[in-house]
Design a protein around this ligand. Sequence first.
Ligand code: NAD
Ligand SMILES: O=C(O)C1=N[C@H](C(=O)O)CCC1
Length: 268
Amino acid sequence: MGLRICIGGATGWTGSALVNGVRAAADLELAGAVARKAAGQEIGGVKVAASVADALSATNADVYIDYTHPSAVKANVLTALDMGVAVVVGTSGMSAGDYGEISAKADKQGLGVVASGNFSLTACLMTRFSLLAAEQVPDYEILDYAKSTKPDVPSGTAQELAERLGRIQPSVPGVPIDKIIGPKEARGADVGGGRVHSIRLPSYVLAVETIFAMNGERLQIRHEAGSSAEPYVGGTLLAARRVVALKGLVRGLDNLLFGTLPAEAKKA
Ligand SMILES: NC(=O)c1ccc[n+]([C@@H]2O[C@H](COP(=O)([O-])OP(=O)(O)OC[C@H]3O[C@@H](n4cnc5c(N)ncnc54)[C@H](O)[C@@H]3O)[C@@H](O)[C@H]2O)c1
Ligand SMILES: O=C(O)C1=N[C@H](C(=O)O)CCC1
């Protein structure tokens, strides 16, 4: 019997790609699925439940994976932990404070949670390269592009990156924000110490770019997502395989792949 996976948001763009990924993997088994509108229907050989609590009480899942909605993810994750199930979080929109609560609950339950603003390998490399650059170049800002209908801001990718860059090296504006002449919002938002400018326009899926600058030179590190959800499947399933052996919260796929950066370990 393989590792038993329950997927929240199983009918969605990412969730449906994951259902296929789980079914194609010899070491994984689709144990449950959650999607409110499709409740009662069948997906990938399992009956879709209306809530995480219903799905997990009807199965003996080892891991719950959430790709639902920013308004639903926190309650879903806390429910799964209360029910004794390890969690992988793909859904965006949770604050640092929300993650603090999840971390405390995971510790209390002795369970693992892996969350990553972006589970694609190349986005995770963009994050890691940016963290390395911030150790050397103190001046940077983050551009966060997504489709016009994305409800959460910044994206999960940009938020996690901003918080992590901010811990290594807070982004310090050349003119302090309270001394700016004009609308302060035009200078973006301080997200955990990293400065983020979010752009929401049709035709973007998701792109995140960090601009590092020194006198006379610039480094731009950019990730651009395509229109398929396929890139998120491998990283999410890697996290599902690893999370059952963990206790507590790990944020960032790069930490699973490459270990914790010394600069981040020092500041934790
Ligand atoms: N971390 C990553 O790598 C990554 C990758 C892709 C998407 N995402 C994030 O995942 C989330 C989902 O994205 P998507 O494009 O797959 O969305 P989607 O709208 O295509 O699918 C969402 C799914 O969740 C269900 N759902 C919606 N609201 C719900 C609620 N309140 N309770 C329970 N289920 C609900 C829907 O029925 C659907 O099945 C977003 O936050 C997105 O930013 C993250
Ligand atoms: O399509 C989305 O929405 C995505 N959201 C993630 C985010 O918020 O960073 C990343 C992948 C696509």
